[in-house]
Design a protein around this ligand. Structure first.
Ligand SMILES: [Zn+2]
Ligand SMILES: [Zn+2]
Length: 295
């Protein structure tokens, strides 16, 4: 079992590493190609792939460190490193998008000629590379693989758009099509970036995780007739998946040690069922006054 797990883990790290280097290599070719063909649409795709490379690099880094547990300094482990990485990636893509729009928008008024044959070549390359990656991940069963394959399908479609535009440009002189496509792709990137930045910011600001809040938790815990009251509940998430909770639970003043053990076990189990993996419960008795230190 142990050996098998290690083997699978090493394989997954290796796959991410290969995908990272291929993606990075392709991104560099796109940036050079976009510059040489004078196509802002290619530049938009290059920026998108730069974001993909960054994500893959981050995933590779985190997979390598995923075996590392919490330390004395990082008592929650390394989960939040992925948040920080996603935040940095979002800012890079946001700034990159602004640069591309600054280049593409003036071209709506003063279109520049781009090398249509060069664009066609890059588009075919893009369709083949992303198409193979899509085909490989589409066979996977895990949620993660499904998300990745859907993303790769979008990437293929982005290159199909460049493919179509470059063919049109070979036969016509409608140069404005290149900045129009570029702006569309860039807005699509920006839409995703802003959505991710918002989600990441909420996690950093320790907002309650999606579909949960203090009211819901209190209601859930009070279901038990042993519980007289709940207060000072805090809930937040490490990375959107691993949630943390602390709360005060008021119980009957005559509860025995055994009762307390039972209640703690029951409540922790119930919290686990609604997705809260790590909870800290402070037990208080009915006749105990915590007004001095609670709230
Ligand atoms: Zn992509
Ligand atoms: Zn209290």
């Amino acid at each position: 079992m142990a050996h098998n797990h290690k083997h699978n883990h090493n394989n997954s790290v290796k796959n991410i590493k290969v995908a990272f280097f291929l993606n990075l290599f392709f991104t560099i070719i796109e940036f050079i190609g976009g510059f040489l063909t004078n196509s802002v649409a290619i530049m938009s795709n290059a920026l998108h792939d730069l974001g993909d490379s960054f994500s893959l690099g981050l995933a590779w880094f985190l997979e390598k460190f995923s075996s590392r547990k919490r330390t004395d300094q990082f008592s929650y482990g390394y989960k939040r490193f992925s948040l920080l990485g996603a935040f940095i990636n979002g800012i890079i893509l946001f700034v990159g998008s602004l640069f591309i729009l600054m280049e593409a928008i003036p071209r709506l008024i003063n279109p520049e000629t781009s090398n249509a044959y060069g664009m066609l070549l890059l588009a075919i390359f893009g369709i083949v590379v992303n198409g193979i990656a899509f085909y490989k991940t589409a066979k996977g069963n895990t949620m993660n693989e499904k998300v990745i394959s859907l993303h790769l399908l979008e990437d293929v479609l982005g290159w199909v758009a460049v493919f179509i535009i470059s063919i049109v440009l070979i036969f016509t002189q409608i140069s404005i099509l290149d900045p129009i496509l570029s702006i569309l792709i860039t807005f699509y990137i920006l839409f995703g970036v802003l959505r991710n930045l918002k989600a990441t910011a909420l996690l950093f600001l320790q907002a309650a995780p999606k579909n949960l809040n203090v009211k819901i938790i209190d209601k859930e815990l009070k279901k038990d007739s042993f519980i007289h009251g709940i207060h000072d509940t805090h809930i937040w998430s490490l990375d959107g998946e691993k949630h943390i909770l602390s709360t005060h639970v008021i119980i009957n003043k005559n509860s025995s040690k055994k009762d307390i053990e039972k209640i703690k076990y029951k409540l922790k189990q119930r919290l686990k069922d609604i997705g809260i993996e790590h909870s800290t419960l402070e037990i208080e008795f009915e006749d105990e006054s915590c007004a001095g230190y609670c709230k």
